[in-house]
Design a protein around this ligand. Structure first.
Ligand code: GLU
Length: 418
């Protein structure tokens, strides 16, 4: 049976903990979540009473307030949310931003709900969570199937309850409600920027490079847009409606314009001369320089990894590579830029948004993106050097750096850990 995301995250954690020579109890103190919050959300759907289950896992706050997104998906359950919360702890630590890690979500099919029902559910959720969150306690944000609009409803609900502005409670808000310019693009841009930096390290000219992007949603679309703008030929993209391949490169800007008005914002039906349909596995195993998995978990397993022909994988999704897949990539010399680094652009600009809210500032788009690029590239360089030093891959080096920082903070906060 395939391993769960929680087992995979624990595996990556343990590999790094081995390098650090950590004992069992220290591992437990670092990897177990601080607090699990499960809330009941009863509401009427089409007149019928339904009870939804909501979650918030607060994994670790040694370095600052808990931080992480909210996911609306039928697969949301406690173990998955716990794994994603742990990834947030390591991600924020790796980027050296002053946050801990958390994740939340609601087990639901958001596409089966009306806008009014979605709004009610989002308000119920944030209301139920209010005793456990706060701008200096735990700061939620968007994740899979949640967006600016949902953050807007939530900030309104929280502000109404508190009787004052709660803008810094949530990030990824609409600009008009205190959101940051560049937040929308940030995750995808970050994924692209670290891939570009890795190409440079390998001595590959970006204007001669090719890429394939799995997923054309909030992450994949902006990763493709940034690569395209930087002169990389994006030859393939896919989403749940299928995949598109064009040897000469796709016109990503035209595709972006197309999905703004296409049914459910999917790429199906997009046309360009010479375009061909391609399957998910064909996309991942194309002979390109960069592959960006920006869909859901466990896409690159052992079988897929054995067939992959790219030089660099930049992980847009959380947990797209299984431990077996990761081992194959490493043995085949394919560089995997791990999720906790590659997709950290989102939480980095969430941090910028929170800083702006707390100080009453509004930075320009260029200011945000240039700060983001600098942080992403310097983090990649740091992890790359550590991987060379430890003779390991970027994922293990990233976890080592992230765990070290959290452990240091935990030791400074309490004498219990030695
Ligand atoms: N959901 C995003 C992630 O997995 C962003 C989290 C945030 O901005 O807090 O990194």
């Amino acid at each position: 049976m395939a391993s769960t995301l929680l087992e995979n995250v624990q595996h990556y954690f343990d590999r790094a903990a081995d390098k650090l020579g950590l004992d069992e109890t220290t591992r437990k103190a670092l990897s177990e979540p601080d607090r699990l919050v499960v809330v009941k959300l009863p509401m009427r759907v089409n007149g019928e009473l339904k009870v939804f289950q909501g979650y918030r896992v607060q994994h670790n706050n040694a370095r600052g307030p808990y931080k992480g997104g909210l996911r609306y998906h039928p697969s949301v359950e406690l173990d998955e949310v716990t794994a994603l919360a742990a990834l947030m702890t390591w991600k924020c630590s790796l980027l050296n931003i002053p946050y801990g890690g958390a994740k939340g979500g609601i087990a639901c099919e958001p596409w089966a709900l009306s806008q009014e029902e979605l709004e009610t559910l989002s308000r119920l959720y944030i209301r139920a969570l209010m005793p456990n969150i706060g701008p200096l306690v735990d700061v939620p944000a968007p994740d899979v199937n949640t967006d600016e609009k949902i953050m807007g409803w939530m900030v309104d609900e929280a502000s109404t309850i508190a009787g004052r502005s709660m803008a810094p409670l949530l990030t990824g808000k609409p600009i008009a409600l205190g959101g940051s310019l560049g937040r929308r693009e940030s995750t995808g841009f970050g994924v692209a920027v670290v891939a570009l930096a890795a190409l440079k390290k390998l001595g590959i000219d970006k204007t001669k490079a090719t890429a394939a992007v799995q997923g054309f949603g909030k992450v994949g679309c902006w990763a493709a847009m940034r690569l395209h703008k930087e002169g990389v030929k994006v030859v393939a993209v896919s989403d749940i409606s299928g995949g598109l391949y064009r040897k000469e490169g796709l016109d990503i800007k035209a595709l972006y314009d197309y999905v703004q008005t296409s049914p459910r914002h999917l790429i199906a039906g997009y046309e360009e001369p010479g375009i061909q349909a391609i399957s998910n596995e064909e996309l991942l195993t194309l002979d390109v320089d960069v592959v960006i998995p920006a869909a859901l978990e466990n896409q690159i397993d052992e079988t897929v990894a054995k067939k992959m022909r790219c030089k660099i994988v930049s992980e847009g999704a959380n947990g797209p590579t299984t431990p077996e897949g990761d081992a194959v990539l490493e043995s085949r010399g394919i560089i995997a830029i791990p999720d906790i680094l590659a997709n950290a652009g989102g939480v980095t600009v969430s941090y910028f948004e929170w800083v702006q809210n707390l100080q009453g500032l509004a930075w320009s788009f260029d200011e945000v993106i240039s700060k983001l690029d600098t942080m992403m590239v310097s983090c990649l360089n740091e992890v790359w050097d550590l991987a060379d030093e430890l003779k390991t891959n970027l994922r293990t080096a990233g976890f080592v750096l992230a765990i070290k920082r959290v452990l240091e903070a935990m030791k400074l906060r309490s004498g219990v850990l030695k």
